[in-house]
Design a protein around this ligand. Structure first.
Ligand code: ZN
Length: 425
């Protein structure tokens, strides 16, 4: 069969047929059994770890949510307490104002009492004068005869009569003054009464305000206690979250180790495909599949590995230079002449990066279903890593696992070029 003469139309059909055959073969070929078993064990361990990690992450999230919830409770309570502070302050100021009003009223009452006392003094004085005048008049009446005699005896002496009239007039004036003073005293008494009533009213207002203030302060104390409780709960949640974050971090380190081991075992599988059992051969440039999202994968991409004489090399060191969307990859002196994927794409993961030194591949992604191309001619082997049967971790897993193809330049894969194409549709 001349593979080189095949048109693209038939390639896909044949490739699918090969896939079926080779998938069957991959089950019965015993050379991979040891590594597969190891891989399954590590994968199981990893799945358990990821489950734990997910659980931890959930608990961490819960604690963070609690902390946030308690934090907003504390914030709301503090706002309320501050609002009440303002109310208490306002009431204190009004109480101060009322105290001043009371003082003022007390002074006014005192002044009014003084005025009443003065008025009473004046009244007493005038009454005394009147009494004295009445006593004089009484004495004069008793000596009236003598007076008349005197009046007639000493001719033209009108002083006595004048004195009497004057005294009468004076009494009238005194009476008038007395009336006025009595009225003034009455008014003052009324003022005093009004002031005293005002004072009682202000004092009542003050008592009411003081009671309100005390009630507010009590409410504030209760709120402050509630806030303190939430603050302490928040501290506990924060402490728990911090402890979980450390545990998660540790777990993450552990997962990195297992991930590395998984990478190593994948490498061993790649390694153990040392001999292509069937005679299936593809030419460089042939479409061997399509970019997919099978297995543990977060989106359509191709995981591409390269070996020469069983030694890994960075695909960017052997592929022809190519400007990808986000990076330049390749060399002016390439070993491979054909990129493993058609079109243009992003470099989503580099070869042996600091964050994943065991990633012996480049990941490239078009975001679609680009054609996957044999980057060199050779013997092809298809498989599936079966990851989804055991993987229940943090990343999604699609299908039975990742579909892959391995192409060896020579039927004995330990010599020459060997490439791996993972996550095929
Ligand atoms: Zn990869």
């Amino acid at each position: 069969m001349n593979y080189f003469a095949l048109t693209k139309k038939y390639t896909k059909t044949i490739v699918i047929a090969f896939t079926v055959i080779l998938l069957t073969l991959s089950i019965i070929v015993p050379v991979y059994a040891g590594a597969q078993e190891d891989l399954e064990n590590v994968q199981k361990e990893l799945a358990e770890l990821r489950k734990k990690q997910q659980e931890l992450n959930g608990r961490l999230g819960d604690q963070k949510a609690l902390s946030s919830k308690y934090g907003s409770e504390v914030y709301a309570l503090n706002s309320e307490i501050q609002k009440m502070d303002l109310q208490v302050q306002e009431k204190s100021l009004v109480i101060d104002e009322l105290n001043l009003q009371i003082q003022l009223l007390e002074q006014q009452i005192k002044d009014t009492i003084t005025q009443i006392e003065i008025t009473e003094g004046n009244i007493a004085k005038l009454q005394e004068e009147t009494d004295a005048r009445l006593a004089d008049m009484y004495m004069e009446t008793k000596s009236w005869d003598n007076s008349v005699n005197m009046m007639f005896a000493s001719e033209g002496n009108g002083d006595f009569v004048k004195d009497g009239l004057y005294r009468e007039a004076m009494q009238e004036d005194t009476n008038e003054k007395l009336d006025k003073l009595a009225l003034a005293k009455d008014n003052l008494e009324k003022d005093k009464e009004k002031l005293e009533n005002d004072k009682i009213k202000v004092e009542e207002d003050k008592t009411l305000l003081e009671e309100e203030k005390i009630a507010l302060e009590n409410d504030q104390t209760i709120l402050a206690q509630k806030r303190n409780k939430f603050e302490s709960m928040k501290r506990s949640a924060d402490t728990a979250a911090a402890a979980l974050a450390i545990e998660y971090e540790t777990m993450s380190d552990e997962e990195k180790k297992l991930q590395a081991q998984l990478d190593l075992l994948k490498q061993q599988i790649f390694n153990e495909v040392g001999q292509i059992p069937s005679g299936d051969y593809v030419a460089e440039g042939t479409i061997i599949g399509y970019e997919g999202n099978t297995g543990v994968s977060t989106g359509n991409h191709l995981h591409f590995e390269y070996r020469m004489n069983n030694t890994y090399n960075n695909p960017c060191s052997v592929l022809p230079g190519k400007q990808l969307y986000n990076a330049y990859c390749g060399t002016s002196n390439p070993t491979l002449n054909t990129w493993p994927m058609s079109g243009n794409y992003w470099l989503t993961s580099g070869y042996r990066t600091p964050s994943r030194p065991t990633h012996n591949a480049i990941d490239i992604s078009s975001g679609g279903s680009a054609a996957i191309i044999a980057s060199h001619s050779g013997w092809i082997y298809y498989g599936n890593d079966g990851a989804c049967s055991w993987y229940h971790g943090v990343y999604p897993c699609h299908g039975a696992g990742a579909n892959y193809a391995i192409i060896c330049q020579n039927k004995n894969c330990n010599t020459g070029i060997k490439t791996m194409y993972l996550h095929l549709r």
